[in-house]
Ligand binder design. Sequence first.
Ligand SMILES: C[S@@+](CC[C@H](N)C(=O)[O-])C[C@H]1O[C@@H](n2cnc3c(N)ncnc32)[C@H](O)[C@@H]1O
Length: 292
Amino acid sequence: MTTAADSRSGAAGLVEGEFPFTTEDFRKIAQILHSYAGIALADGKAALVYSRLAKRLRTLGLRSFREYCALIEGVEGVDERQTMMAALTTNVTRYFREPHHFDHLRDVVLPPLVERARKGGRVRLWSAACSNGQEPYSMAITVLSALPEAANLDVKILATDIDPNMVAEGRAGIYREEAVAPVPLDLRRRWFKKAPVEGAWEVADELRALVSFRELNLIGDWPMKGRFDAIFCRNVVIYFDEPTQERIWSRFAPLLEPRGTLYIGHSERVTGAATSVFETTGLTTYTLRSPR
Ligand SMILES: C[S@@+](CC[C@H](N)C(=O)[O-])C[C@H]1O[C@@H](n2cnc3c(N)ncnc32)[C@H](O)[C@@H]1O
């Protein structure tokens, strides 16, 4: 247990273990994570930080978190900052996670878009914080089920994540049996093939053709210019502080078509100034308010 005086000095052992880890080390790590990825680490997360990073210290041959902080603070720490971020964030995802969003996409959002695409119009969807691709491929399966010829039309799904490992996994499009289990059998037969790896499935070429994976930090610059018909930004802003969350909601508004839809995670809400821009139309489902 650290005392207030210990915390001020930053000299206390915050977590008992192989490597000295002080309050000051924890604060530095939290500050770097916040400025790099927007993620707010609560004070109670010290043990988690220790357990997730101890392996890195061992691999790098470091003797204390103080040495680790010196590394990530320095100009040569760029790669390690990214590795740290990946170690401290969760990539948990699932095919058809929060299935009501995919039902809404199929039943409400897609019918007019299918019509538009068939007339030669442009349709764009974005999975912002896509993890290893299960979310954008679930979107692609939903689109292709409604519009089998989508790959030959002007229909595209952008899939972005801050973590280059997740982007690479998404591009590879290979998933273990357990990962594809939530995909209904008929859809699995139609949209996956057996991968060369034992017990793994690979997404069909039609899915691959629809989804483009890119690295993108939600608190950084967004290079996209065109508007989206739907944005999935789920289970990521929960890790950001409230002002950062509100900024992100507000930045989505000009990137959404007037009748576009924003889907957010089950424990997230559009709050603050962004509520004057978005209105909810269902469970964690939002559209832009019509101009008065
Ligand atoms: C819990 S997963 C959610 C994945 C998916 N949206 C879902 O709901 O299943 C959170 C993802 O957000 C990504 N992430 C964290 N901070 C980010 C940031 N600042 N910009 C973009 N992605 C970020 C992580 O790398 C991780 O893949």
